[in-house]
Design a protein around this ligand. Structure first.
Ligand code: DX5
Ligand code: ZN
Length: 220
């Protein structure tokens, strides 16, 4: 049986009360905290960095999954590892040396992964599967919370699922963007096991009710 993980994106949390927000969402059943890092260069928005990761780290025991939407990638990786990140993913287009960046993440004691935008070909995984712990399929174009799910992502999830199964390795398959209780089951059916949700969770007053509803949809 597949273990499903819910990974709330704190991009839609109240940044003025971030410690309380991450504690509340974990108490509500979050398995992972998804941490979106945007640099106003690789993506047209600017968010949070290692200092904020370090600040929330003592508030939660669950893994922190750092999604780097930055270019260049490498120089910020050791800082996130020191700040308590557990998983670090990056966009292959943002690294000149993908194998090196994956190795750098692992050498810093974190799990490593690649992120695929709606247009990004999956062949970036060729020859590096042995260094991959997570594949993240974007179901929106990166940069903002609250966008609509792009259905084409389901095909890419299915491709990634096949590649993971063929590899025989233990690799998380995460989907990110526009995930809600009413489409989470479709993403799971395509092969995803880890679900990022920002606005769907933090946009509602009762985080537990949303996460419970997502789990109920996954159990059907
Ligand atoms: C978008 C980010 C997402 C975003 C998801 O670039 O990577 O993690 O926060 O937000 P929702 O769930 O609102 O689409
Ligand atoms: Zn993200």
């Amino acid at each position: 049986m597949t273990t499903y993980r819910i990974a709330p994106s704190i991009l839609s949390a109240d940044f003025a009360r971030l410690g309380e927000e991450v504690r509340n969402v974990v108490a509500a059943g979050a398995d992972i905290i998804h941490f979106d890092v945007m640099d106003n260069h690789y993506v047209p928005n600017l968010t949070i960095g290692p200092l904020v990761c370090q600040a929330i780290r003592p508030h939660v025991q669950v893994p922190i999954d750092v999604h780097l939407m930055v270019k260049p990638v490498d120089r910020i990786i050791p800082d996130f590892a020191k700040a308590g990140a557990n998983i670090i993913t990056f966009h292959p287009e943002a690294s000149d040396h993908i194998d090196r960046t994956l190795q750098l993440i692992r050498d810093n004691g974190c799990k490593a992964g690649l992120v695929f935008n709606p247009h990004t070909p999956m062949h970036y995984l060729d020859h590096v599967m042995d260094k991959i712990d997570m594949i993240l399929i974007m179901s929106v174009n990166p940069g903002f919370g609250g966008q609509s799910f792009i259905p084409q992502a389901l095909k890419k999830i299915a491709i990634a699922r096949r590649m993971i199964d063929e590899s025989g390795r233990d690799i998380l398959l995460e989907v990110d963007g526009g995930i809600k209780a009413d489409n989470i089951a479709e993403a799971a059916a395509a092969g995803a096991d880890t679900f990022v949700a920002g606005s769907a969770i933090f946009g509602k007053p009762d985080y537990k009710a949303v996460i419970d509803e997502m789990r109920a949809q996954l159990a059907k």
